[in-house]
Write a protein that binds this ligand. Structure first.
Ligand code: CTP
Ligand SMILES: C[C@](O)(CO)[C@H](O)COP(=O)(O)O
Length: 231
């Protein structure tokens, strides 16, 4: 059944989904690869559409797949689909340009984080609504971190107590994200990094293990297992 987005919601979610998925290995663009029989993008959009604050979803699809993605998502939720760019930042900028008047909060969410729970979408949006300019979900770093030289010889052990692993959705006041993209030079894969460059404070909220980014084959196998075992 097609999910109805909330016409009174205040959140637009941008979904960059135009990446190739080189690290996953040869095959379809990553967002179109199957997880438990459905494309990663379908899993991601279904969960976004289940978040009560979401008013609009804009997907940046591989340029050659825009119509196919529209047809694929039509039974899932009413979404806007635009062609993505060569870099993630360009895909996000294209999606941002397609957000209609209305939403005051914009979230940016990787299609590759296909199992992200709607509750995380709500907690990031709530933190922005509560007055933060920019909010990212994070997890503590669990491994010992070493800095190494070019020859893979250890230079030292990094203090990880102040390190965090960053996930999506990343949330922004709409004007803050728009200004950061307008000013952006170069290409960053992380929108919070763009607003940091503008001197905007970025706040953290607890992330979710389920928001893992499906990057390598092991991640896809892990996601299959999580789906199969989640009650
Ligand atoms: N030109 C690009 C590159 C990436 N993305 C999206 O950005 C998200 C995070 O990127 P990542 O998971 O690193 O995907 P890829 O760039 O596809 O991965 P790889 O580097 O292995 O090719 C993904 O949902 C991906 O589809 C995008 O919309 N446009
Ligand atoms: C935005 C991001 O998901 C935060 O962890 C990440 O930066 C995306 O891409 P990357 O190419 O794997 O750095």
């Amino acid at each position: 059944m097609t999910a109805q987005l909330n016409p009174r919601g205040d959140v637009a979610v941008l979904v960059p989904a135009a990446g190739a998925g080189v690290r996953l290995g040869p095959g379809l663009p990553k967002a179109l690869r199957l997880l438990a029989g459905e494309p990663l993008l379908v899993h991601a959009v279904r969960r976004l559409a289940a978040a009560p604050s979401v008013h609009t979803i804009v997907v940046a699809a591989p340029a050659a797949e825009v119509q196919a993605v529209r047809e694929m998502l039509a039974p899932v939720a009413s979404v806007i689909v635009v062609p993505g760019g060569a870099e993630r930042q360009a895909s996000v900028a294209a999606a941002l340009a397609a957000v209609p008047t209305g939403p005051t909060i914009v979230l940016v969410h990787d299609a590759a984080r296909a199992l992200t729970p709607p509750e995380l979408v709500e907690s990031v949006a709530a933190a922005v609504r509560g007055g933060r300019d920019a909010v990212i979900p994070v997890l503590p770093v669990v491994d010992t971190i070493k800095e190494v030289g070019a020859d893979e010889v250890v230079l030292g052990t990094v203090d990880r107590s102040a390190l965090r692993a960053v996930q999506t959705p990343q949330g922004f006041r709409r004007a803050v994200l728009s200004a950061a993209h307008a000013a952006a030079g170069g290409s960053l894969t992380d929108d919070a990094g763009l607003v940091e460059k503008q001197g905007v404070a970025v706040s953290c909220v607890p992330g979710s293990e389920y928001a893992l980014k499906i990057t390598r084959p092991f991640d896809l196998a892990l996601a299959e297992h999580l789906l199969a075992t989640a009650g």
